[in-house]
Write a protein that binds this ligand. Structure first.
Ligand code: URA
Ligand code: CA
Length: 448
């Protein structure tokens, strides 16, 4: 660039000035090709964390991230391609059942997913609990499976948005994850590169999410909707609760079993509500339903008549997995030790801290503290309670699946420390807090 150094750009951002498109392009090119040292990029990330970015800067940063590697061309797929993305949570077993239900209703869901990090889980890790399941598809295999079955899930390749990989790894170790422009450009940079026509976002708020208030989550959701719509993608965001774990199961094989329960018509009501709400949106955006009521009727029929569960089996088989686990859960990885947790107190459950529960599962080996950690697909925990429930001392409130007794004992303490019981009634968290859309340039906020 014309005589400017990154130190000068950091100085501009540090004093709250707006970076030009050219300056942002130069920085992200340097991040991607390795010519800018990590210590300068981390200083820039911290300056952005404190000073923020204008909508223009955020939009251009997203563009630079999305074009830092391959942009996937899905034009060989028939129909309206829908993508779904969650900003990350605990017991967030949404994508797998959602794709099976939506695909069995006729939607087209080519999904690229990531792995878990810290207290949050990742769809790719969960799928690897299924014996034989191949998450590394070629583009030809991916296209063929989506054209045949309406859905496939593969690991994001390192060729998509490589700038995000580098930035995310640096953010993870420098406490700069929870910044609206950095999260929005990271998520939307990948979504714009992965070629869908419709993007449905599930933005979490609460103790287990990056956004700790509804207003911040709504801000993040609006930012991502604007970026998507500016780039010609129909983009709809939901803000949902992540103060307590969404489902009951936390851990990879355990979450696969919970996905099957949902597809059999059961599963935790709160998890079902998020899955069905996002499914309604996908069916409407795909032109497969005219109203949320009609969409919901389709989805419930696909669950009731078994077609959604059969579709999961078909996609699993197409991706080299063995679908026998659906009827034989013992074929999934099994933990050596099972321990039951009992309530110590009687009263109303006033808090089940999602982050604490996610970290308890991570310490068992279900998640990664750092990107390089190996995980154990068999371990995790299953909760029997939700906020607002009544409990009595001695009642079973959770099961722990661990590698050994010592891990299980530590996990029990962590679970108990994450749960509060109060003598007075506590209302449950509202699951779906807001829906954010933009039409003809006007952003609309609906609160269901
Ligand atoms: N998920 C992402 O992909 N990026 C972020 O920055 C946060 C959550
Ligand atoms: Ca997730």
């Amino acid at each position: 660039m014309t005589g400017e150094t990154l130190a000068e750009l950091i100085q501009l951002k540090k004093t709250g000035r707006e970076l030009s498109d050219r300056q942002i392009s130069w920085w992200i090119e340097g991040v991607t090709n390795g010519s800018i040292p990590d210590y300068q990029t981390t200083a820039m990330l911290m300056a952005i964390y404190f000073k923020g970015m204008s909508p223009r800067e955020t939009a251009w940063l997203t563009h630079c991230i999305s074009t830092s590697g391959d942009v996937i061309d899905l034009s060989s797929l028939k129909g309206i391609k829908c993508d779904k993305h969650s900003s990350g949570g605990v017991a967030d077993t949404v994508s797998i059942p959602l794709i099976a239900i939506a695909a069995s209703c006729g939607a087209v869901m080519p999904k690229m997913s990531g792995r878990g990090l810290g207290h949050t889980g990742g769809t790719i890790d969960k799928l690897e609990a299924i014996p034989g399941f191949n998450v590394n598809l070629t583009k030809a295999q991916f296209t063929e499976i989506v054209n045949r079955w309406g859905g496939a899930i593969m690991a994001q390749t390192s060729d998509v948005a490589p700038a995000d990989k580098k930035l995310y790894a640096l953010r993870d170790v420098t406490a700069t994850i929870d910044s609206i422009p950095l999260i929005a450009s990271s998520i939307m940079g990948k979504k714009l590169a992965s070629g869908a026509d419709v993007i449905v976002l599930d933005v979490k708020w609460g103790s287990g999410a990056f956004m700790s208030s509804t207003s911040e989550a709504i801000d993040l959701a609006r930012t991502m909707v604007e970026i998507g719509e500016d780039n010609g993608k129909r983009t709809i965001a939901y803000v949902t609760d992540m103060n307590e774990p969404l489902g009951d199961a936390v851990g990879n094989a355990l979450e696969i079993l919970e996905a099957v329960q949902v597809l059999r018509g059961g599963g935790p009501p709160k998890l079902r509500e998020v899955i069905l709400t996002l499914c309604d949106e996908i069916l409407i955006q795909s032109g497969l339903a005219q109203s949320p009521q009609e969409a919901r009727a389709h989805a419930l029929r696909a669950i009731a008549d078994g077609s959604a569960l059969r579709r999961l089996a078909d996609i699993v088989s197409a991706q080299d997995g063995d679908p026998s686990f659906i009827d034989h859960p013992e074929l999934l990885p099994q933990a050596a030790v099972e321990r039951t947790v009992h309530a110590r107190w009687s009263g109303f459950v006033s808090r089940i801290d999602a982050r604490g529960i996610g970290e308890a599962a991570m310490h068992l080996g279900a998640g990664r503290q750092t990107k390089e950690d190996a995980i154990d697909l068999s371990v995790g925990l299953v909760l029997d309670i939700k906020t607002g429930d009544t409990v009595s001392a001695g009642q079973k409130i959770a099961s722990i699946f661990a590698r050994n007794d010592e891990d299980a004992r530590v996990c029990e303490q962590e679970i108990l420390a994450s749960i509060n019981v109060s003598p007075t009634a506590v209302p449950p968290w509202q699951t779906v807090v807001a829906r954010i859309t933009r039409k003809d340039g006007v952003v609309t906020y609906e609160h269901p």
